[in-house]
Ligand binder design. Structure first.
Ligand code: SAM
Length: 261
């Protein structure tokens, strides 16, 4: 154990992840704002602004947002690409998540934003599909221009499998982009950040969702997630080229990118 946390086994981990997101689906967006002090919005904006020029906004590019949850990344892709090239065929975004409660909240938000009409036969810019990042048989090889995953891959049990699936479903030339918590190098920031995550996050989880354990798990999963260089190597091992990363907020979060050639 480390910082007093138990090591959780795989089955327990999957159960916890399921519980967290079923129990918080409704409050998920509020929780994000609370826990990150709204920083997650800035990180997501930055992430999508880096994706867009390269995923071919403006020619009807097909993108998939895996572990897409309540749609934060997908909605930004739709909005930003429209703003960048209003006259071009719209980008199509598939939101894929393992958790039906999260997807359901996402669908409702999309409908409220006027981005989605459930049950309509007209072509839709957004679609919501249940699926596990580790095996995505519902999607064919070489079918997407971009694959995004934000604050999701950390929750996946076999990250290597998820990366290989990402590579399989991307078209040649397609881009993989991941936004995830990472490792802080600066010792002063690292200390502040650890104090905050080990004390404040479980307390907020207890207060808002009445589930301290689940939030303690989330903090632990951040600590266990591979650092920037290690994760770059894993992306390369899944077959991607020109792999790079960029730190945001001193490495609290990092954007990783790779291309399928
Ligand atoms: N991408 C969204 C965002 O940035 O707001 C949601 C991030 S949320 C922290 C993590 C999401 O990953 C949850 O919606 C959860 O259901 C989903 N998830 C966890 N394991 C998954 C898996 N194996 N395959 C697909 N989605 C998964």
């Amino acid at each position: 154990t480390h910082f007093g946390f138990r090591d959780v086994d795989v089955a327990e981990k999957e159960q916890l992840v399921g519980r967290v997101f079923h129990s918080v689906a409704e409050q998920y967006d509020v929780m994000n704002d609370l826990m990150s002090g709204t920083l997650h919005r800035v990180w997501k904006d930055q992430f999508v602004s880096q994706l867009l020029p390269l995923c071919g906004a403006g020619y009807g590019a097909k993108t998939i947002d895996v572990a897409g949850g309540t749609g934060d990344i997908a909605f930004r892709i739709v909005r930003e690409s429209k703003a960048a090239s209003p006259a071009d065929p719209p980008v199509q975004v598939t939101v894929c998540d393992i958790n039906s409660s999260m997807l359901h909240v996402g669908e409702e938000r999309a409908r409220d934003l006027g981005l989605y009409t459930p049950g309509s036969d007209a072509p839709q810019q957004l679609r919501f599909v249940e699926g596990n990042a580790e095996t995505l048989p519902q999607f064919e090889d070489n079918s997407f221009d971009a694959y995004t995953i934000a604050f999701g891959i950390r929750n996946v049990t076999h990250i290597d499998r998820a990366l290989r699936e990402a590579h399989r479903i991307l078209k040649p030339g397609g881009r993989f982009m991941c936004l995830e918590f990472s490792h802080v190098a600066n010792p002063v920031l690292k200390n502040i950040y650890e104090q905050y995550s080990f004390h404040a996050i479980p307390a907020i989880g207890q207060f808002i969702a009445n589930d301290r354990d689940a939030y303690q798990y989330l903090v632990e999963s951040i600590r266990k997630f591979p650092d920037q260089r290690t994760f770059e190597r894993m992306i390369r091992e899944a077959g991607f080229s020109a792999v790079s990363h960029q730190n945001l907020t001193g490495g609290i979060v990092a954007i990783h990118s790779g291309f399928k050639l």
